[in-house]
Design a protein around this ligand. Structure first.
Ligand SMILES: Cc1cc2nc3c(=O)[nH]c(=O)nc-3n(C[C@H](O)[C@H](O)[C@H](O)COP(=O)(O)OP(=O)(O)OC[C@H]3O[C@@H](n4cnc5c(N)ncnc54)[C@H](O)[C@@H]3O)c2cc1C
Ligand SMILES: NC(=O)c1ccc[n+]([C@@H]2O[C@H](COP(=O)([O-])OP(=O)(O)OC[C@H]3O[C@@H](n4cnc5c(N)ncnc54)[C@H](OP(=O)(O)O)[C@@H]3O)[C@@H](O)[C@H]2O)c1
Length: 272
């Protein structure tokens, strides 16, 4: 019996994998409603920071159940990171919240989205406005060296109902500021403005109200938004996105897209 035949005979039956399967490498639960997880990255997957992909699990009938998810990790990371809500009766997240390292998920490797640096005209100051899990695409962008090459100042605002819901963002910013490669740039340029609306914290209030009152500019010690210098990216609920759009357009900023860059871009953090 030659060696090849021996190998064939001894080979274990192939493990049944999902279509476009990736393996979960880490899971962290931040609150009862929020968790993050990391998965292996397909070798061929290239994406621009801020883009989203479709991920999911197989349903009982064997068909894939997929949802849009922003990639929260930077494009230089060997793995992919996601930051997720847990909707208790949500078709996907009622199950996805139970994944463990070693489990497989489906990942369709076709990244798309408008929250990308190329959809904005050059500027000096970049505002990243997030509520809830809307911080996910910005978790990628604030770890991308290109963001720091393009802007003198990056302001990340994150509004959540409760203090604990800010933890993912707070830790992300701390890690970015201390990062071996991008830490120096981030310390010089990244500003973080977390706010809560339903639990006491050092900065209370919806960011929309704080922009209208001018409190955010006062607190950061900067002049108000100016269409010549300021660029914006917005990711939250539909109602939030609509309000921020109105505010930014009031300052003279125009909505951009991949095909036609302008002064701000928007993406929904979820549908509904
Ligand atoms: C472009 C895009 C990017 C997205 N990126 C992310 C992401 O990075 N992380 C993430 O958790 N979700 C993200 N979502 C939402 C995601 O696609 C799913 O809706 C979510 O995973 C819930 O799936 P589900 O099947 O459990 O419930 P669904 O049936 O999809 O949603 C049920 C309801 O739950 C609420 N809901 C859904 N998602 C959220 C959310 N993220 N925050 C608050 N309420 C929500 C809405 O009211 C929705 O109607 C994104 C959506 C879009 C359109
Ligand atoms: N503890 C909970 O009950 C809980 C927790 C998480 C998620 N959920 C469910 O998940 C869904 C989304 O919850 P979420 O907290 O992630 O998102 P959300 O309801 O969109 O709220 C996130 C943050 O954005 C603020 N916000 C909402 N609309 C805004 C607007 N138009 N302008 C400015 N700021 C705005 C909220 O402030 P306000 O507080 O002022 O609205 C809150 O601080 C809801 O359907 C909810 O039922 C519930």
């Amino acid at each position: 019996m030659n060696e090849q035949t021996a190998l064939k005979t001894d080979a274990k039956p192939a493990v049944k994998t999902l279509p476009d399967a990736q393996t979960v490498t880490a899971v962290r639960h931040w609150t009862g409603d929020l968790f993050s997880f990391r998965v292996t990255r397909p070798q061929s997957l290239r994406f621009r920071s801020g883009e989203f992909v479709m991920i999911g699990l197989l349903k009982d009938d064997g068909k894939p159940l997929l949802r849009a998810y922003s990639i929260a990790s930077p494009s230089w990371d060997d793995e992919l990171e996601f930051y997720s809500i847990k909707v208790q009766d949500g078709p996907l997240t009622s199950r996805l919240q139970h994944i463990q390292p070693g489990d497989q998920i489906i990942l369709r490797p076709k990244p798309v989205g408008t929250l990308v640096l190329d959809a904005l005209l050059p500027g000096k100051r970049l505002w990243l406005f997030a509520t809830g899990t809307g911080i996910a695409p910005f978790a990628s962008l604030i770890r991308d060296p290109e963001t720091y090459e393009r802007y003198d100042e990056i302001i990340l605002t994150h509004t959540c109902r409760e203090v604990a819901a800010l933890d993912y963002g707070r830790e992300l910013v701390e890690e970015t500021l201390n990062h071996e490669f991008i830490g120096e740039e981030a310390r010089a340029k990244l500003r973080y403005f977390p706010t809560t609306t339903r639990e006491e914290s050092p900065q209370m209030g919806r960011i929309t109200d704080l922009l209208r009152s001018g409190e955010v500019f006062e607190k950061l010690g900067i002049p108000p938004i100016n269409a010549e210098t300021d660029r914006g990216m917005v990711c939250g609920s539909l109602a939030f996105n609509m309000e921020i759009k109105e505010i930014l357009e009031g300052y003279g900023l125009r909505e951009g897209a991949n095909s036609e860059p302008a002064e701000y871009v928007v993406e929904k953090a979820f549908v509904g």
